[in-house]
Design a binder for this molecule. Structure first.
Ligand code: BT5
Length: 239
């Protein structure tokens, strides 16, 4: 499935380049890879700091918009499984932070767009791979790590790219066959079982994280035993 790989040196954001390609009629499963981003994006208007040496990619897939949360889970699982193959103890913090030892090493941003004839998902993945931790601003560094820092040596971004793409493609669920990737997500999600404090666009909620569903929601159990589904949010603290 993985098709053409479009390689760029410096871009604003690989997701943005991918969107331009969709507007020009692109083949599904085209991948955009850049060496550096100057306007790397996170969720909700946040920034993804993207120095040279990191891996920045966007996979362009044709997808129904309601499957985007599912595709985001799949991308997180692909990154975790790739890192685990290298004996790194990677986990996911809901919804899409890939952590090693509690520090963020990668993030996923899936954006949906309406193309000329169909819907598209731009699956953006950023990995702090082959650069020193010091390349990140101090404030971010406190909660982040890089593969070079974890492994104590250089990282081959080309091999990493191929492994992530292989893993993403092999985990990618056909409609109706989402169960195994959701199960895998729940296995590697370090948020589950913890008391969490989550910032949502409806305010802050507290509860015990129980599970993540196929539509990407986090099921929380509040103190009075009520269950609550969160479609989006950022975890402020995990107990
Ligand atoms: C994410 O957002 O984690 C999604 C990151 C997706 C980046 C990829 S790179 C390829 C593609 N093209 C793009 O433009 N984006 C995608 P979020 O969960 O909102 O986390 C953002 C927060 O993570 C920031 O507010 C910082 O606190 C922190 N952060 C920023 N840069 C970081 C880095 N390099 N390493 C660790 N943490 C970082």
């Amino acid at each position: 499935m993985i098709g053409n790989i479009v390689r760029r040196d410096v871009v604003d954001s690989t997701n943005e380049v991918a969107k331009e390609l969709v507007a020009e009629a692109v083949a599904p499963w085209t991948v955009v890879v850049a060496e550096k981003q100057v306007e790397g994006r996170g969720r909700s208007g946040r920034a993804w700091v993207s120095p040279r040496g990191g891996l920045y990619l966007s996979v362009i897939v044709q997808e129904d918009l309601q499957r985007l949360p599912m595709i985001s889970l799949t991308a997180g699982v692909a990154v975790v499984d790739t890192l685990r193959d290298q004996a790194l103890k990677a986990t996911i913090k809901w919804p899409n932070d890939v952590l090693i030892g509690g520090a963020k090493v990668a993030g996923v941003l899936v954006e949906g767009i309406v193309g000329p004839q169909t819907y598209w998902a731009i699956v953006g993945i950023g990995v702090n791979s082959d650069f020193a931790l010091e390349a990140l601003p101090r404030q971010i560094r406190e909660n982040a790590t890089t593969l070079r820092h974890e492994l104590g040596g250089r990282v081959d971004n080309e091999l990493l790219l191929q492994s992530i793409l292989d893993s993403f493609q092999s985990s990618y669920p056909a409609p109706g066959e989402e169960r195994s990737v959701v199960a895998r997500y729940n296995e590697v999600c370090s948020t589950l079982g913890k008391e969490v404090r989550v910032e949502t666009n409806r305010g802050i909620v507290n509860g015990k994280a129980v599970e993540v569903g196929a539509s990407g929601f986090l099921m929380l159990e509040t103190k009075n035993g009520q269950r609550m589904e969160l479609a989006e949010g950022s975890i402020l603290s995990e107990g």
